[in-house]
Write a protein that binds this ligand. Structure first.
Ligand code: UDP
Length: 192
């Protein structure tokens, strides 16, 4: 279910309802993109119709910021709790470890994605990390090939917004992973 928040469709479900939908799509080989919606992004989207359209084209828009919850409350909507980008990533990683789906971390400064991957593996020993790549490689063709060769089912991209969403949208048809999430500064948070 989606609800219009300032012209952007936002999912109303909580983590427990979203996770099965996401993994069903993976198993059906249906590509999906998750974008985190917060007031900052809504303000940017208000000024930038192209960005608004991009956010609306994503298969999932999660209510990341408390401002989105307040906006929903004010219009007597159904979004009652935050679904943050970093927590969503954690839930996805946990389910990926349980079900044997490999993940790939793309973004942040050199060394950060590696450290984040190690932290995730410490938490979820069964997790398969297909690979990592820092977010400063200018040759996207090379990045696409490296990711596809590693064969992850899930790709997390941490290059800040909207850069990460634009990158995913531009290349999603050529990328083999089926689930994509733009996760902003999450690798830095995980790496500590
Ligand atoms: N970043 C990157 N490549 C770039 C620009 C930024 O990998 O060309 C990374 C940067 O190192 C940082 C993240 O993107 O890890 C941006 O985090 P930020 O918290 O600014 O993103 P937000 O959550 O605000 O979208």
């Amino acid at each position: 279910m989606k609800e219009d928040i300032l012209g952007v469709n936002v999912n109303t479900e909580n983590y427990d309802a979203l996770i099965p939908q996401l993994f069903r799509n993976i198993d059906d080989k249906k590509k999906s993109l998750i974008v985190a919606i917060n007031p900052e992004k809504l303000m940017k989207a208000k000024e930038d119709p192209e960005l608004k359209a991009l956010l609306n084209r994503a298969e999932f828009q999660i209510p990341d910021g408390i401002g989105v919850i307040i906006a929903s409350k004010l219009k007597k909507g159904n979004i009652t709790a935050r679904v943050t980008g970093v927590d969503m990533m954690d839930r996805i990683v946990r389910e990926a470890a349980r079900t044997g789906h490999a993940i790939y971390l793309y973004g942040a400064k050199p060394g950060v994605a590696d450290k984040a991957a190690q932290k995730l593996k410490d938490t979820y020993p069964a997790l398969i990390v297909a690979g990592t790549q820092d977010g400063y490689e200018p040759d996207s063709e090379k990045v696409i090939q490296t990711i596809n060769k590693a064969q992850p089912a899930i790709l997390f991209v941490a290059m800040g917004s909207p850069k990460q969403e634009q990158w995913i949208e531009q290349y999603r048809d050529r990328l083999h992973p089926t689930l994509f999430q733009g996760v902003g500064g999450s690798f830095d948070v995980l790496a500590g």
